[in-house]
Design a protein around this ligand. Structure first.
Ligand SMILES: [Zn+2]
Length: 423
């Protein structure tokens, strides 16, 4: 009896959850062959303007592209890609099935790890906030909660600061600015654990500098990606004159921000003006006011990349005395030493072959004068032997991703600049 009552509860819970979610029944993930030249990237980029297609990976030379597409549009997309000579194949036959598997895995992992504060499963917004609170309570001498603003829907932009003394320079990290990138907060939690629960091993890292962690940079979008639409990327602020909600917060920063020539419904909509999104405004205000922050790291997923500024300037190079690239390559080697995982290093135009305006790390570099400013795109790699939709990383791989990214972060922080530059 006990077991059947138990299963009834589980089924009730999950059936309700499933009903609340946007269904991806019949949606497919289509993969192209590897893009070989700039003109092939340009051809595929023109498809990104169409709202029917959700590009899970950005088009770049040397990599395949994965596109999420609804049942009515799969034939048209495949035909378009065939015309372009890109040999589309169906990577995920039914995305809803993959998502339902993810929900089941999550539920069973959650049951198993109910008592632990952090774990190797994805955490929802409330769980992440509870984790931050627990760290602040358990380590009051070094951990402080700072709310740097509120999201459009009124959720806290909650920062955890770790510090054991005044006057130090600091690193600022954020994750989940793109709502569906659930892996990022888990890496930040791992870093926090290393500097609190595992402080004995890492004392020097806390002695050397302060640490700011913004685990959920887009709280409303993050909550929505859990409750309604697993593939939600943007903020949740309405747009005047449109039913389409939200702005891509990583196109909304005030550095060569560009008014979108596409419509508000696209995944990359840049907003009505720079910092139209309160989340982005709060991040920038905090970074500008705290001039001791001399290193910026944005965690995204996925692609296995360490990206350097500038995204926006196609032919822009940083001066040769800047250590951006050499430090990134050192981090890349340290990361690879853990498990052999290969990340690519380069500017977005070098690695991705396209230009994006108004990104947070370009802004931090160009407007805040933070000379070491990076975006990390975590695992998996685009061309890897991955058969599931890639936001749904096999939970068994999460511990490796965390351990690898921590080695990279230790390298970044070992080069923490003394000062910012005047900009
Ligand atoms: Zn992202």
């Amino acid at each position: 009896m006990l077991s059947s009552a138990y299963y009834f509860l589980v089924l009730t819970c999950c059936a309700t959850t499933a009903l609340a979610h946007k269904s991806y029944d019949g949606y497919q993930v289509i993969r192209t062959r590897e893009l070989r030249a700039e003109d092939e990237v340009e051809n595929v980029l023109s498809l990104t303007e169409q709202n029917d297609y959700d590009f899970l990976t950005s088009p770049r030379v040397g990599s395949a592209v994965q596109i999420l597409v609804g049942p009515e549009k799969t034939d048209a997309l495949q035909s378009n890609l065939r015309t372009l000579g890109l040999f589309p194949e169906v990577l995920v036959q039914n995305v809803e099935r993959a998502l339902s598997l993810e929900r089941k895995t999550y539920s069973s992992m959650k049951r198993r790890s109910r008592k632990s504060v952090s774990s190797d499963r994805y955490l929802n917004f409330d769980e992440i906030m509870a984790y931050v609170k627990t760290v602040a309570e358990m380590f009051p001498e070094i951990a402080t909660i700072i709310d740097i603003g509120t999201s459009w829907e009124g959720r806290p932009m909650r920062l955890l600061k770790l510090s054991n003394g005044p006057g130090k320079n600091a690193v600022f990290m954020d994750s989940a600015i793109h709502a569906r990138e659930w892996l990022g907060p888990l890496t930040l939690i791992h870093f926090i654990d290393q500097l609190t629960k595992n402080l004995q091993e890492n004392q020097a890292l806390l002695d050397a500098n302060d640490w700011f962690f913004l685990l959920v940079a887009n709280p409303d979008g993050y909550v929505y990606s859990w409750s309604e639409d697993r593939f939600w990327r943007k903020t949740r602020k309405p747009n005047n004159g449109s039913d389409c909600i939200g702005t891509d917060p990583n196109r909304n920063f005030d550095y060569l921000w560009k008014e979108a020539n596409d419509d508000v419904c696209t995944q990359h909509y840049s907003g009505s003006e720079p910092f139209s999104e309160p989340e982005c405004a709060a991040i920038s205000k905090f970074i500008l006011e705290n001039t001791k922050i001399t290193l910026y790291l944005a965690m995204h997923s996925y692609g296995q990349l360490i990206l350097l500024p500038w995204v926006v300037e196609k032919n822009q190079t940083v001066s040769s005395d800047n250590k951006l690239e050499s430090v990134a390559k050192e981090a890349q080697r340290a990361l690879a030493a853990v498990n052999g995982t290969q990340y690519s290093v380069g500017t977005t135009t070098q690695v991705l072959g396209y230009v994006a305006h108004g990104t947070s790390f370009d802004w931090a570099f160009a407007k805040a004068g933070i000379q070491l400013s990076y975006t990390m795109e975590l695992s998996p790699k685009w061309n890897g032997q991955v058969v599931e939709a890639n936001f749904i990383l096999d939970p068994a791989r999460i511990p490796v991703v965390k351990a690898e990214s921590w080695e990279a972060v230790k390298v970044f922080v070992s080069h923490l600049p003394e000062t910012r530059v005047n900009v």
